[in-house]
Design a protein around this ligand. Structure first.
Ligand SMILES: Nc1nc2c(ncn2[C@@H]2O[C@H](COP(=O)(O)OP(=O)(O)OP(=O)(O)O)[C@@H](O)[C@H]2O)c(=O)[nH]1
Ligand SMILES: [Zn+2]
Length: 189
């Protein structure tokens, strides 16, 4: 939650930007914009002011499977260099140990938690893996992200449609080439 005082600061900053780019912040179409942008930032940067998300349901299972894989989880984040969106999909796999698995919905929740702050894609990739490793202590985690960066598409180098791919592996995924290969094969299909 961004408190009232900080919302007012965002509103004042947005008014300043609008004026600086030659707009009239008091014209009807813009008069509510600073307040809207403050609410929008409170949403997309929620993690910076929220308590750490820790409602991760862990379950004991008698015979855990090998790899658990969640494919094509959508995410949206903001690049920390331009404050423009980058977005795409995340592939997350882990190999259970201690006969322990995590509530499935908690993985997209964990991704959202990691995404809702100014980011670079590589750090987001590592953060998701490290958080899952910390919470669940699995035998290994694999995270792969494919994303489009608006700062490369709508401005600057102006290259629409480029997909940036990043990945990070821990534990068995790092040590066992066959396991990593299986992950790569399964996310390719
Ligand atoms: N590695 C990485 N770079 C990113 C990410 N998001 C944006 N960038 C890059 O951050 C760099 C910032 O470069 P600067 O030269 O400081 O900024 P700039 O003048 O706006 O650069 P251009 O985008 O090339 O116009 C650019 O190359 C962006 O493409 C990301 O998630 N990961
Ligand atoms: Zn950027």
């Amino acid at each position: 939650m961004i408190d009232k005082e900080n919302k007012a600061k965002i509103e004042a900053a947005v008014r300043t930007i609008l004026t600086a780019v030659g707009e009239n912040p008091d014209r009807p179409g813009l008069v509510e914009t600073p307040e809207r942008v403050a609410r929008m930032y409170a949403e997309v940067f929620a993690t910076k002011t929220a308590a750490p998300f820790d409602n991760y349901k862990l379950f004991k299972v008698d015979h855990p499977t090998e790899m658990v894989l969640l494919k094509d989880i959508p995410f949206y984040s903001m690049c920390e260099h331009h404050l423009l969106p980058f977005f795409g999909t995340v592939q997350v796999a882990y190999v259970p140990q201690h006969q322990q698995v995590i509530g499935l919905s908690k993985i997209p929740r964990l991704i959202d938690y990691c995404a809702k702050q100014p980011n670079v894609q590589e750090r987001l990739t590592v953060n998701i893996a490290d958080e899952l490793q910390r919470i669940l202590d699995p035998a290994g985690v694999a995270v792969s992200i494919s994303a489009r960066h608006m700062c490369m598409e709508m401005r600057g180098v102006s290259k629409p449609g480029v997909h940036t791919e990043s990945s990070y592996y821990t534990g068995q995924f790092k040590a066992d080439r066959d396991l990593k290969q299986e992950f790569l094969q399964r996310i390719a299909n």
